[in-house]
Design a binder for this molecule. Structure first.
Ligand SMILES: [Zn+2]
Length: 287
């Protein structure tokens, strides 16, 4: 009798078998992290775009079609980020429900198109998480209560994170809240938290800038009194030292925008990514 009871308890306590978990595919790592936080061990999450690939121009692999075919839910950002995805879902013959995580946010423009990088505002990330939680609950109603509780706990963490960012920005003198950056991914961050991201004049993000480009950037930094630059595509240390020496601007570290790093990197989770970026920005911008 006692033996049977112990066995029954072990059964209850054992983690869900893979086949019982809700099978979810996320297009890229930030969405994968949100799904994992809400879904816990009740979902099995696969992320299509890996750490070294660019989500904007991803070429799906045959294994991606298999994953999408087996999924019950496919979570995408939308706003034109994953132009490659509709064809993948169709060619995989997938019956998965496609959920657009950005559906509830107010889009900004990037040039003439919608700016897809909405997750860089934490209030937007909270909308993503709330919508992902409802999608999971609809797909697996027996676990709805669990998903709601998980989402509530994670949303509280995001609220704390949002306060951290606002407090950090508040400590930067107002006239210093601007950087030159080759990233075009911080529009939502900028409008939410009030740090301006200014593109370097005439510099392509694809190629190493020439001496003339550097002279233009130096003129721009001086004219607009920009306290820091994040020029990640410049790999030549001499050019970076020249910018710093001639302008007094600080050269900041790496900002992370479109994907998380591996476990050993600085941003294995969304929360780590935001903390990494705000640290890089404040250390370049405060006195
Ligand atoms: Zn991007």
């Amino acid at each position: 009798m006692r033996f049977i009871l112990v066995c029954a308890m072990l059964l209850i306590a054992s983690p869900l078998e893979a086949a019982e978990r809700l099978n979810v595919v996320a297009s890229f790592s930030i969405l994968g992290d949100f799904v994992r936080n809400v879904g816990g061990d009740r979902v099995s999450v696969t992320t299509l775009v890996g750490p070294d690939s660019d989500v904007h121009v991803y070429t799906p692999a045959p294994s991606d079609a298999k994953r999408v075919a087996a999924a019950k839910l496919v979570i995408v950002n939308g706003l034109g980020l994953e132009g490659w995805l509709p064809r993948l879902v169709q060619s995989a013959g997938s019956k998965a429900k496609v959920i657009t995580a950005s559906a509830g946010i107010a889009p900004l423009k990037l040039g003439s198109a919608a700016d897809p990088h909405a997750w860089q505002s934490i209030p937007n990330a909270r909308i993503y998480v709330t919508d992902i939680a409802s999608a999971l609950a609809t797909a697996a109603p027996d676990d709805a209560e669990f998903f709601r509780a998980q989402a509530k706990a994670y949303l509280e963490k995001l609220e704390t994170l949002d306060r951290e960012v606002r407090d950090a920005v508040a400590k930067i003198p107002a006239e210093r809240r601007k950087v030159i950056s080759t990233h075009d991914a911080f529009g939502y961050f900028s409008s939410e938290y009030g740090i301006r991201f200014i593109a370097p004049l005439g510099v392509s993000t694809e190629t190493e800038p020439s001496a003339r480009d550097i002279a233009a950037i130096i003129g721009q930094i001086k004219a607009a009194r920009i306290p820091a630059v994040f020029l990640e595509n410049i790999t030549d240390d001499r050019l970076i030292r020249r910018i710093a020496a001639e302008t007094g601007a600080r050269v900041g570290g790496t900002l992370i925008s479109d994907g998380l790093t591996g476990e050993k990197g600085p941003a294995p989770t969304y929360i780590d990514m935001v903390r990494h970026n705000i640290k890089a920005l404040t250390s370049a911008l405060d006195h």
